[in-house]
Ligand binder design. Sequence first.
Ligand code: TPP
Ligand code: MG
Length: 1009
Amino acid sequence: MTNQLISDPNAAAIADLYQSFLANPSAVDPGWRSFFGDLDFLDGYRGASWAPRATSVIGDDEGTGLSEALFEKRDSGDTDLDEILRRLGKQGGGQTSAQEIRQATLDSIRALMLIRAYRVRGHLEADLDPLGLKPIEPHPELDPKTYGFTERDMGRPIFINNVLGLETATLGEIMKAVRETYCDTIGVEYMHIQDPAQKAWIQERIESIHNRTDFTVNGKRAILDRLTAAEVFERFLDKKYTGTKRFGLDGGEAMIPALEQILKRGGQLGLEEVVIGMPHRGRLNVLANFMGKPYTAIFSEFQGGAANPEDVGGSGDVKYHLGTSSDRDFDDSSVHLSLTANPSHLEAVNPVVVGKVRAKQAQREDADRTKVMALLMHGDAAFAGQGLVPETLDLSELKGYRIGGTIHFIVNNQIGFTTNPVNSRSGPYCSDVAKMIQAPIFHVNGDHPEAVVHVARVATEFRQTFKKDVVIDMFCYRRYGHNESDEPAFTQPLMYRRIGEHESTRAIYAKQLVAENVMTADEPEQMVQQMTGRLEADFQAAGGYKVNKADWLEGAWSGMSAVKGWDARRGRTAVQMKTLKEVGKALTRVPEGFNLNRKIGRQLDTKAKMFETGEGIDWATAEALAFGTLLIDGTGVRLSGQDCNRGTFSQRHAALIDQETEERYVPLNHIRDKQAAIEVVDSPLSEVAVLGFEYGFSLAEPRALVMWEAQFGDFCNGAQIIIDQFITSGESKWLRMSGLVMLLPHGYEGQGPEHSSARIERFLQLCAEDNLQVVNCSTPANYFHVLRRQIQREFRKPLVIFTPKSLLRHKRCVSKLAEFGPGSSFHRVMYCDEQPCDTKDAKQVVLCSGKVYYDLQAEREKIGANQVHILRLEQLYPFPADALAAEFEKYKHCDLVWCQEEPRNMGPWTFVASFIEEIAVEAGVKNPRPRYAGRLSAASPATGSFGRHQEEQMALVDDALSLGKKAMSRIAARKQLHRAKAGKAKPPAGKASGKTAGRKAAGKHAAAE
Ligand SMILES: Cc1ncc(C[n+]2csc(CCOP(=O)(O)OP(=O)(O)O)c2C)c(N)n1
Ligand SMILES: [Mg+2]
């Protein structure tokens, strides 16, 4: 059915039809049924309340059907009916005819359809673009004619049952109300929200006041004051540092009074802290005019001054990436602000901010999430284009990640560098993606600062009321090029001609205030002079500005200190046996009446035995011991990742599930009465947003063990921006420590190219200046210690752990309980407890890391390669030079081999080779250059064929255990492979020959080149 039907000359019949529909929907034909059914607002009025209301809300269940209401009134003989009918145009009272009721019903249906259309699509005719680049196209659904109204109908009162706050209104009045509310300088999108209370709240909030706030004189002056500060600051920078990049806010100045409003209104509604994330655009302005960073500090940075004292080190960052924090006081409240440092990568900071907020809410015991809020600013092109935006939005309502809503502020300058909106998004608005979480969206014209401040106020109230994300999309323009040295007319000549002729927001608003007699004609200019004078004075002072205190290790971080030296840094990780057993008990205890899965029950029995005998502690139990012992010490533990409660390999079972009720029981939260809590969160299927969130959490909470686990390690490249731009470089760039742990399942087990490698080589390539810790533990006990070590020192460093898959259930990959107990610690280098021969009789030392150790050990036993000793590098970075040097003392007479499962261009080889050689040279090892034994260089990390995998694995283990072989270069190995392919030679080790690799390698001289 289309709207034309309602304008049919015989449309009065529709009213009859509607009566029939109300009485019995199936009495009308399906087309009409669906038409009336779509009028959900009419459905909403069924009921019996005739009481006056402030405003009726479409979709509200309490109202009365229009025609029913009219009939009810007539039948009840209610005297008010005469009054209504009089207003509806019937003169003289008397019994109302069916014809009149029909006409009134039809008018009402048409009017309500029209009002609804404005609520849904009014934004399409709103005056949003300050530049007026495109004419506003009339939308047919917003035209009264579409509903059968004509000019003649403008003055007739129509019964609208308190919709728009009016019982009856003429079409003229209705049009005025809906156009002011929905088509002025604010366009609202909210009818996609399914929650009736949220929808109703917005409707009432904006319709009752025609979507505008009447600001007081003081309010108006305050808005102009903030606009003046914003504009003059940019102009001043432009004059003093012409051509220097500052990514000015020019054209979007109304953001500054809007942010001010968010804080002020937020403070009144209980807000104590705001964590901010924002891109380059207008950042200096936000720092100076919103966060209160001293102008002198900013000028000093423009003049080449450092943002931190020299002695704290670090590489620093450009000024429009730096974070800062401050306190702002309003009336009776004080709000703490912290702007999160961010990289160039647009939108990458979003999940980091959200994670920080989550941690801070816990610290402030902000159970209803009113005290701490995230405020994210965005560019239009970035918000529409970057995948991190929806991935982060997706976290907003999830139990393990929610923060009670973020306010998003888009500086929609209608351009992204040189890209026009038509090339940067498919949908009509840059904000469309936010509809996926049913966030309300307020589009607003940035040249109307009162409207911008008004929507900031409504958005803040919405967030504080419903604890949900909300979006402000401020249409504005960018007065200059992308940065101040770009020429925008190369690519957008017409737009920039228009901008060139366009007065600034401040100037326009100043004129308005003068016209409204809020101030005298020369006051705006006096405000400009005053601001310029202040900046000039601070500019003069900037030369002598010295940062005397580094902005770090404050607040939650106080008591922490910078790391000194490269020694073992073991921390005290050993735990009393009594405590270990206490945790063990909790791990195997289930509440009375809990319906445990039978297989899990058997696993718990096995676990109980481990603690009884003190033997055979497996990987998952060691991990649980690390968590449990930290919890007892009062350290919170948080782990999130895909399916991480169960564990990808069904090894963890952090939560037990009742088989009848699906209730969850987390044994580690029931160790003893007073303990910290563990939160294990099954994450959505995102890497980058979830890792960013956990990184953010770790920035704000140094005293919890915070971990992210990849489903398989190779998926972590989906989060590469967070790894490269934050985790590995954040401390150096921004002096921000993080103790985040990444658990990355890794290991060659024949599962194909995508489930074998967590790309050890990439992490090692990122290692420098003590920025990361990279470990590949081979025993449960060492894993336990490295997890605990993360909390037991006074500094924090991100920790990357390559975690095992098959070793989770490997008979030999177990530890004794004593290895967790008094006297134990993390080992960076490990040798075998039982060596097959005396060190003096050894001929070869095979160095390796991780799972391949067990393959080497088994094969060595099998073939009796007793003159081969094996050393495991448990920590790859910081490279354990001192520990390895101590080991080499005993093996100076031996050949050195590096064995790995990964192809030669991957895994640790290229990283460790030179370290090993340098240390061996220093230690006086006779032949210090290690020989490579592993897979040949490869484009794909692993083969897809299980058979070929096994052959390769056997070949590389054989190769490592073979004595006296000469090292083979990559080129030589490649040549040999080519010859083998041509049938002229044996393939080199690490490449399957096509038949099972030989077992007689040990002690023999395998063919080299
Ligand atoms: C992930 C990412 N890709 C590319 C860039 C390069 N870049 C910097 S600003 C910009 C345009 C951003 O446009 P918009 O989001 O509209 O912000 P505006 O500069 O207009 O305020 C681009 C493409 C970047 N910084 N980050
Ligand atoms: Mg833009």
